[in-house]
Design a protein. Sequence first.
Lengths: 264, 264
Amino acid sequence: MPTSNLDAQLDLAERLVEATRPIITGYFRQAVDIDQKADATPVTIADRAAEAEMRRLIAATFPAHGIVGEEEGAVRPGAEYVWVLDPIDGTKRFITGNPCFGTLVALLRDGRPLLGVIDMPLLAERWIGAEGRATLFVDRLGRRPARTRTCPDIAEASLYSTSPHMFEGPDAPAFARVRDAAGLVLYGSECYGYGLLASGHSDLVIEADMAPYDYLAQVPIITGAGGVMSDWQGGALGLNSGHRVLAAGDPHCHARAVALLAAA
Amino acid sequence: MPTSNLDAQLDLAERLVEATRPIITGYFRQAVDIDQKADATPVTIADRAAEAEMRRLIAATFPAHGIVGEEEGAVRPGAEYVWVLDPIDGTKRFITGNPCFGTLVALLRDGRPLLGVIDMPLLAERWIGAEGRATLFVDRLGRRPARTRTCPDIAEASLYSTSPHMFEGPDAPAFARVRDAAGLVLYGSECYGYGLLASGHSDLVIEADMAPYDYLAQVPIITGAGGVMSDWQGGALGLNSGHRVLAAGDPHCHARAVALLAAA
């Protein structure tokens, strides 16, 4: 694949989140009708409007690409290139006026995450990752490389997760083994936890009960920053890799977490 | 007490957080030595520098007032007026590069919370409450009243708490009863959850394992916004009221939460 393809795809990925930032921030802390989907996740008008705009831009730029989104389902999911969209990751935070929600955009090639963007519309922060490239962090001060930090000892690690209630059945004791070993444990991270990890501010994110649009964007970001992201067994993440994810800034810390998650 | 006293005290309270914002933001995401206190809470240089500046300003303005701070202990804790300071509420978030930490300032008169400020240095948001006055919310767009929303039915309520690991022994099932009854449950809030509640974006905050400097500032803010804040039995909060707190935007929701917390 020529570099220019990836450049054009990265350009579109950033245009997607540039276009949706004003849509999403315009609805933030405003009274909107909040529907309930079948699985009882709150969904806002902002979510649907942002995804519709992203789908329009993708179709106009790369009409042959597939699209999988949280709101509107899949078109051409078997295409060589498939965009995976989550306009508002952290909907519960959005509807409670909390700015720690994000927009996630991933592009898969033949099922593998090729590029990813985490955009925090209200915090005006963004992480951009692509296969074979150094991850970038962008905020009001400009854009610069994001690098994970070393943390070989899990006892020194700070661990983020969105909620302990993600972990059901045997997932709960597995998570608890890592939680008990980690130095600091924080909840409420949503996608932001992966960005903080990519920038070397924390060391581990462990989550479950996730859909692919909740985690695929993070894979090139973590990898391109020097970290490792996988399922709980250390396997590669794709559209069909299950609901459990593990990200670590230090490969040694990742290996230790995989061992703890597996230990009976 | 003449109004002018309260005005002068409110003026100082805002000057305290105006003075500490640049100190605290200057250390954010910078490499600083992180000590460990005896209770293993991480403490940063920023924390101590901010508290020292607040103590200096209080002593210069109201030399007879007492001061209780997280970092340096108490001076004149038996004075008529006592300032209660927490420079960085959410230290774990601060040291992991997460901007959702706050500065808490309370002024007690004869042990009762008279005024309070929640300041979010990185988010540039602030709530200001004082006995007998409407709570104010301040952000980049200016200052305006903050009001809680109605939510008489706990099944419709959104509930924030910093961490489920706050709840030990019988506190855990008590919290779980409210959590199971609430419509939405979110973690990771620190002091920000009380601000969101005061502005009518969420409905309940329930926490335990708290020190007085973790919660006294919030009392005038929640009360002046139309809500109720108390210990888990509905009792008034002061320097010696224990470690469990409950805030609700709607008095009916507060009463229901008190009942659920008490039910065996």
